[in-house]
Design a binder for this molecule. Structure first.
Ligand code: NI
Length: 152
């Protein structure tokens, strides 16, 4: 296992549209493990591959429901809306009020390459939307209705 360096806003990889994963391999599964380790080491609840410098459509999320490692995730339905605070490991020291769908359904491949669907609400839904945005080069500050600096 290995911990990656997390890239920060200003790095062009965060603004790229990440590429779809076409092959499930041992190397890919190791990458998922390393991304999860990196997320936990940073006390994060979600991490997308572009945040570790890799332009691939992969995210890891643990918003209290256990670890979800998702390949090529897509939001296939969304309803409602909730505005709440969020932050990002790639945008340190800042939080913002972001409006997100309240409930979503996501289709993805799991670590074995099997298609799965996940229904999410509350924080889990927010984190999934935030991480999937990263795969399209979108940061929460682009969507924030209000931005503030975290007072230290
Ligand atoms: Ni983020």
């Amino acid at each position: 296992m290995a911990i990656f360096k997390i890239v920060e806003i200003g790095d062009p990889v965060l603004r790229e549209k990440a590429k779809k994963v076409t092959k499930i391999s041992d190397a890919l599964q190791r990458l998922l493990d390393d991304m999860a380790e990196t997320m936990y080491a940073a006390n994060g609840i979600g991490l997308a591959a572009p945040q570790v410098g890799l332009s691939k459509r992969i995210i890891v999320v643990d918003a209290g429901q256990g670890l979800h490692a998702l390949i090529n995730p897509e939001i296939i339905s969304a309803s409602g809306s909730v505005t709440d605070r969020e932050g990002c490991l790639s945008v340190p020291g800042i939080w913002g009020e972001v409006k997100r769908a309240a409930e979503i359904k996501v289709r993805a491949l799991n670590r074995d390459g099997k298609t799965i669907e996940i229904e999410a609400s509350q924080l889990f839904a927010r984190v999934l939307q935030h991480e999937i945005d990263h795969l399209d080069g979108i940061l929460f500050v682009d969507r924030a209705l209000k931005i503030a600096r975290i007072e230290g």
